[in-house]
Design a protein around this ligand. Structure first.
Ligand SMILES: Nc1ncnc2c1ncn2[C@@H]1O[C@H](COP(=O)(O)OP(=O)(O)OP(=O)(O)O)[C@@H](O)[C@H]1O
Length: 676
């Protein structure tokens, strides 16, 4: 057993620490954070090569054949890693698989990029042996078939339905033999390209095998149904290491063992688009770790219950997902040296406010808690808050979506109140929290009327103003003044500047967003107080990061800007961590002269982070200028950044960033400045 002082931090902790130091130190601030250090000894990520032998049926327990076979399998898997661009040249040229591998520029394998069955010998081999290929139909769907004939740059492919389609030869991708259908680990595929990956995942998905491996990475496909693989018996199976089938439990088990055996803190990073199943997967990981830490009692039980509170306040119905998390979170679970859970800490990031609290897209809802409160508050609470039904509040009614099919908001509210009790939040504090929620709702109903011919307005003295002020705890005339004008202090004294309609609405909305975000932060603090790591804190921890995936919508505002920047940073961390380890695997295995290439996104990060000329510093600078507005910001960015590789100036208040995942156009209009 290792002493706490010998514990090494997880690579995610290292990255966060290195960013923090960079921002706090006097060093030049535009340096990237340090590369993750290699975990000592056995703590490194296991290469896919060391997992189960490549198997040619779906039973991962099948026997493999001896040392020679093992070496060949290892080599074969190495040749098929996602990351391995350089290939050995001493391949068997009689194998169609290897022939493809040696095609390309100066021995560099180009299969992933080009497909591709280049070379007439190669195509001849595929025709002669009637080997399957993949081609994309005009509707974007991949279909497999065999090459019937070729003519110049084109090939004729016979599909299973008897049709023959003409396809540009460079758009054909080799298919794997059927014997490889449904392998556990994508690294065991002979050909690794887009259609073979999709085919394998789909094959497994239709057999309820939602988890697959890609070396050290777990791929989870959302089944949208209970596939009965998360029960207690399955937890026990993984605890006893009775299976090596891919599962989030296996990942959690591995992390736990490496923390306990090698004294290295661990992080699980979960990423994917909205609705992919990130939050559910994170919950299964926590469930497993809680089971390792003792079962459904005490702190383990409380950790599992946090999701009830966090989801009520941080989740909502979107067009993609009825229970979409509109914030990112990092759950740190701390363990004693004996491996028992001794505390937990939750950090949250990027709570969506603009497009969730005060503005809603059609068919989407605000945060669940508002509808739950309106539907389920007991009579006494309703009276205290002067509460109405959800449809009577402008913030909630604007999107024409008040209920979720199959969800009983009133019943969820009762469950929510019970959970607040579990977290020892007093009745008085609960009442205050509900009053703040009601304040937000009443603020949204405040209206303004014109008071002169210069477009100035003031808040109307009505029920909404009176109730909002009462909930906030001030006089209604004070709230009215705050929403109708601003005071600017000058040397000559105070100047009162009356608001126009849009300024008054922006101010009202900013107050509502601020109250909601503060309430959310307060709740997270209460949870953390209860789960606080006790005296026996050892420093041993496993962190689970569940954060928004990359976003690109028709209109992208400051919220997408922050989310995509965070993803860009995580992508770099992931690349550097995984590729660096891969490189070191080669070196450990005595394979010299092989360089693992990968597309580094440093240029894009520079665009965000460089000082004094980068997106963030220019935004900062603009915010401090009294004459700044959305248009000045867009112009400033274009004037300063137009030469940078990842920046694209666009019309009006729009600018583009070339991210690792694609180009996104951001709009400064009403978003960038007012949201900050
Ligand atoms: N493993 C699973 N088994 C069964 N259903 C699942 C599973 N994973 C996800 N789901 C279903 O899919 C829905 C969406 O999943 P989840 O909320 O985890 O997605 P997400 O990636 O976190 O989305 P967002 O980024 O919008 O928060 C869940 O509410 C659940 O109904």
């Amino acid at each position: 057993m290792l002493s706490p002082t010998t514990l090494a931090r997880s690579s995610l902790e290292e990255m966060l620490e290195s960013l923090r130091l960079r921002d706090n130190s006097d060093r030049p601030k535009d340096l990237p954070p340090a590369l993750p250090s290699r975990p000592p000894s056995r703590a490194r990520i296991r290469s896919g090569r060391w997992s189960a032998q490549p198997n040619f049926n779906n039973d991962s327990n099948s026997e493999s054949g001896g040392e020679g076979q093992r070496k060949e399998n290892e080599l074969r898997v190495k040749r098929n890693t996602f990351w391995n661009k350089k290939r050995r040249k001493d391949v068997n040229v009689n194998s169609p698989y290897n022939v493809v591998a040696v095609e390309g520029i100066e021995g560099e394998e180009r299969m992933e990029e080009t497909g591709v069955l280049e070379g007439s010998d190669n195509i001849g081999y595929f025709i002669e042996k009637k080997l399957r290929v993949w081609c994309r139909q005009s509707n974007g769907v991949w279909v497999s078939g065999t090459i019937h004939s070729t003519s110049g740059e084109e090939s004729f492919v016979s599909l299973a339905n008897g049709n023959v389609v003409k396809v540009s030869t460079c758009h054909l991708f080799p298919a794997n033999p059927e014997i490889l259908d449904g392998v556990d680990d994508l690294m065991h595929l002979s050909y690794l390209n887009e259609p073979t990956v999709f085919h394998n995942l789909k094959y497994r998905y239709f057999r309820d095998m939602i988890y697959s491996k890609a070396g050290p990475i777990l791929i989870a496909v959302n089944p949208f149904k209970d596939v009965q693989i998360n029960g207690k018996d399955i937890v026990t199976t993984y605890k006893q290491k009775a299976t090596d089938k891919p599962h989030v439990f296996a990942i959690a088990e591995n992390a736990y063992n490496e923390m306990m055996n090698d004294g290295v803190n661990q992080s699980l990073m979960i990423s994917g688009e909205s609705g992919a199943g990130k939050t559910e997967t994170a919950k299964f990981a926590v469930q497993y770790l809680a089971a390792l830490g003792g079962g459904n009692v005490g702190i383990e039980c409380q950790i599992l219950q946090t999701s009830c509170i966090l989801e009520a306040f941080g989740n909502s119905k979107t067009s993609m997902n009825d229970n979409s998390s509109r914030f990112g979170k990092l759950i740190e679970i701390h363990f004693t040296a004996a491996g028992k859970i001794c505390g937990s800490k939750i950090r949250t990031f990027l709570l969506e406010k603009q497009s969730r609290v005060v503005q809603l897209a059609a068919g989407e809802r605000s945060y669940h808690i508002f509808y739950q409160l309106c539907a389920g508050a007991p009579q006494a609470l309703r009276e205290r808050l002067n509460l109405k039904m959800a449809k009577e509040y402008n913030y909630l009614a604007q999107s024409d979506c008040l209920v979720i099919n199959g969800v009983d908001d009133a019943q969820r509210f009762l469950k929510f109140m019970e959970t607040l009790d579990i977290f020892q939040i007093s009745k008085g504090e609960q009442d205050q929290a509900f009053a703040m929620l009601a304040a937000v709702l009443w603020l949204g109903n405040i209206s303004f009327h014109a008071i002169d011919y210069e477009n100035h307005v003031e808040a109307s003295n009505d029920e909404a103003l009176i109730n909002a002020a009462r909930m906030i705890g001030c006089e209604s005339h004070e709230l009215k003044e705050a929403l109708s004008a601003r005071r600017i202090q000058t040397e000559e004294g105070n100047i009162v500047e009356k608001f126009t309609m849009s300024q008054a609405i922006d101010t009202r909305d900013a107050l509502a967003k601020f109250i909601y975000a503060s309430l959310f932060d307060w709740l997270v603090e209460q949870i953390n107080n209860l789960l606080e790591v006790g005296k026996q804190h050892t420093g041993w921890s496993i962190s689970i990061l569940d954060i928004y995936g990359f976003e690109s919508f028709k209109k992208n505002s400051f919220e997408q800007f922050c989310i995509n920047y965070a993803n860009e940073r995580l992508q770099q961390h992931f690349n550097r961590h995984v590729f660096k380890l891969e490189q070191e695997e080669y070196e450990l295995d005595g394979i010299d002269g092989v360089k693992v290439d990968f597309a580094d996104n440093q240029e894009c990060l520079d665009l965000f982070e460089k000082k004094p000329i980068g997106l963030l510093s220019l935004l900062d600078e603009d915010l401090h200028s009294p004459d700044a507005n959305d248009a000045t910001l867009a112009n400033k960015l274009k004037q300063n950044l137009n030469g940078m590789a990842c920046f694209k100036g666009d019309k009006g208040r729009v600018f583009g960033v070339r991210h690792f995942a694609g180009e996104v156009l951001y709009n400064t209009n009403g978003g960038a400045i007012t949201t900050v």
